[in-house]
Ligand binder design. Structure first.
Ligand SMILES: O=P(O)(O)OC[C@H]1O[C@](O)(COP(=O)(O)O)[C@@H](O)[C@@H]1O
Length: 268
């Protein structure tokens, strides 16, 4: 088991079938203000071919598995409702805690990130009428960092918020600064959630959430590459993270230069 809060993974049992990587409390700086927080989990199979190695070594290598090897991912959102959203590789499904029984009830089966534009067709006598319902025009980023962003990311955000992107509607901004909450909204409402600086962790945050995004028909990217295709080399490896609908991620990536390399370490 490897936790974002610990320097090294721990080996719990020789015969445990699974490896768990977790961020136990994401968005912790929000707690005193009662802003939503969350937990994130990724689950892999134990690599039995490494069983002969010393404990520290096999604990580390088991925790550094590629995101493509995830067998399950989950986040729990602590907000006006407590929601557990999971994937076992066959869709993304969310369960809401019923406080009266302690059970998690399946409330959001087969979540699909809303596509940016939904085409509706209606048939009338001798006529097919087609119109579009716009959906998902939301971007989520800490744009106080605007002047540290690369030129491509600035152009992308400037473009979509003026309604001059591929879809002709001005985007709205939403940023909670709690990754689980920002991602949960993106799953349900669409759009794109991002942290372009190398702050979030590949193992504990980017991989599990990208697996959930993909299983909901979306994408997880570092601005250039599919997150799940990246091989972790360090347990606490940080990177740029973009999660959202396929249209939004593809449009963002077309701007090329979107990873924030200047990261002075912000106070708040
Ligand atoms: O300061 P930024 O760049 O807006 O980063 C905020 C992000 O950092 C987090 O608080 C996680 O940071 P920690 O891992 O240091 O707790 C996310 O929940 C949030 O999305």
């Amino acid at each position: 088991m490897a936790s974002e809060e610990d320097d090294c993974p721990v080996w719990l049992a020789d015969d445990g079938p699974f490896v768990v990587v977790l961020d136990p409390l994401d968005g912790s700086r929000n707690i005193d203000a009662s802003i939503p927080t969350g937990s994130i989990f990724g689950i892999y199979k134990r690599l039995q071919e490494l069983d002969h190695l010393p404990v520290e070594e096999k604990a580390m290598l088991n925790s550094l598995q590629s995101g493509t090897k995830l067998v399950a991912s989950c986040y729990v959102l602590y907000s006006s409702a407590t929601i557990m959203c999971t994937t076992f590789g066959s869709g993304t499904h969310a369960f809401t805690l019923d406080h009266s029984t302690g059970d998690f009830i399946l409330t959001h089966p087969n979540i699909i990130i809303p596509p940016r534009v939904i085409e509706c067709r209606h048939s009338y006598v001798n006529k097919v009428c087609c119109f579009f319902v716009m959906s998902g025009q939301i971007y989520s980023v800490n744009d106080a960092r605007y002047f540290d962003w690369p030129e491509g990311l600035r152009r992308y955000i400037d473009t979509v918020r003026q309604g001059k992107g591929k879809y002709p509607k001005k985007y709205s901004a939403r940023y909670i600064c709690s990754l689980v909450a920002d991602f949960h909204r993106t799953l349900l409402y669409g759009g794109i959630a991002m942290n372009p600086r190398d702050h979030l962790r590949l193992v504990y945050e980017a991989n599990p959430l990208s697996f959930l995004a993909e299983q909901a028909g979306g994408k997880g990217s570092d601005g250039k590459l599919r997150i799940l295709s990246l091989q972790p080399v360090k347990l606490h490896q940080r990177l740029s993270l973009f999660l959202g609908s396929p249209d939004d991620i593809e449009e963002l990536q077309s701007y090329g230069d979107v990873q924030q390399k200047v990261n002075p370490g912000y106070e708040v």
